[in-house]
Design a protein around this ligand. Structure first.
Ligand code: ATP
Ligand code: FE
Ligand code: MG
Length: 346
């Protein structure tokens, strides 16, 4: 079946078309440039941008895939989690399209989409694998037997997401927003062993209670203290060493906990998704340590790691293939949609 995927959870308007695991087209319009000068996403600006970009993005997708709207068999849309206003634009548009072409509507979970998209790139998933979703809003470790019907959340961040922590550290180091990529670049010129930053929830009782949960806010505070220490002493802040040591701490915790979960569950494939999977230290450390343990690491190309329509079309395809009942037209959005929900209910 031809599935139209619509993503508007944050600042990207993404529209894609899939047929099974075949990606026909994927078009994205981003409003990030409009937010950068505010140092963060402005929700109302994002909502309006979705409204402006929606029809042009849809038209471009249909044209590039050389299909008519009437050929679409199912409409999948991000129902959550995300920004209320942004989600509302996409879900409203998806409802209108589904009614117009008289096809089923599936309101799907954005975070699971970050995992699902990898099947479009690297082929069908194995029987059982771990999903590590790391982005600006999430850091979650999932045990996946079927992306549409059988996902267990092993853990998640108790405070900041990995990307969010990078953005905050970017600000502390005086780098432009969003700081993640800048901190990453700077880190490559620094010494990852220069400063011993804390590894959250990685020892003793904390680890026992939260084996697969993450915490990055203590780490961010530790970075702030180190930066202040240098500033108070009137010394130059060794930004590259701080960035490298901080990056090492984040990647170390993510990879260590993922490896532990692989061993505990006898799983030998890990799929990493979400915008933070662009991080070079995470990629290198995952390849090295998971690879050594005989675990296959699958990470889609960056354009499918940041928010896009393909991830939603991919999850829509999986949901259709699994024969799940469509969402009803009275679904709303769920800005805090839990990972246990693949589909939105009214
Ligand atoms: P969510 O998917 O949870 O709703 P989001 O859409 O904000 O969140 P993404 O667009 O998937 O998140 O990812 C963006 C985040 O990834 C930002 O925090 C950004 O700074 C971070 N990021 C992107 N590239 C890198 C990198 N190379 N190193 C570190 N962080 C990065
Ligand atoms: Fe996302
Ligand atoms: Mg984004």
């Amino acid at each position: 079946p031809l599935v139209l995927g619509i993503e508007t959870s944050c600042d990207e308007t993404g529209i894609a078309l899939t047929r099974g695991l075949d990606l026909l087209t994927d078009v994205t319009a981003s409003s990030m440039d409009d937010h950068a000068r505010f140092g963060g996403i402005v929700p109302e600006v994002a909502s309006r941008a979705h409204l402006e970009s929606f029809v042009p993005t849809l038209d471009a997708a249909l044209e590039r895939a050389e299909v008519d709207l009437a050929d679409v068999d199912a409409v999948a849309v991000t129902a959550g989690p995300g920004l209320v206003g942004s989600l509302t634009v996409g879900v409203s548009a998806a409802k209108a399209l589904a009614v117009a072409i008289d096809r089923p509507l599936y309101g799907v979970n954005h975070v699971l989409g970050h995992v699902a998209v990898d099947a479009l790139v690297h082929g069908p998933f194995p029987q059982e694998f771990l999903g590590l979703v790391v982005s600006g809003g999430h850091s979650s470790l999932l045990l996946v037997r079927d992306i549409a019907t059988d996902v267990t959340e092993l853990g998640q961040t108790l405070d900041d997401a990995a990307g969010e922590a990078f953005d905050k550290v970017g600000r502390l180091l005086g780098l432009p927003y969003p700081g993640g990529p800048h901190v990453d670049r700077l880190a490559q010129t620094g010494d990852p062993a220069a400063i011993a930053f804390p590894r959250g929830l990685s020892r003793g009782k904390d680890l026992a209670r939260h084996p697969y949960d993450f915490s990055f806010s203590g780490l961010k505070t530790a970075v702030a203290r180190v930066v202040e220490g240098y500033q108070d002493a009137g010394q130059e802040v060794p930004a590259a060493d701080i960035a490298a040591s901080f990056s090492e701490a984040v990647a170390d915790v993510l990879v260590t906990k993922t490896l532990t979960a692989c061993e505990a569950h006898g799983v030998n494939t890990v799929v990493i998704g979400g915008g933070f999977s662009a991080n070079s230290r995470l990629r290198a450390l995952a390849a090295e340590r998971l690879g050594e343990a005989g675990v296959t690491v699958r990470i889609p190309p960056i354009r499918y790691c940041t928010d896009n329509g393909a991830m939603i079309a991919a999850l829509g395809s999986a949901v259709v293939a699994a024969g799940l009942p469509p969402s009803t037209l009275d679904i709303t959005i769920d800005s805090g949609m839990p990972l246990t929900d693949v589909l939105a209910h009214a």
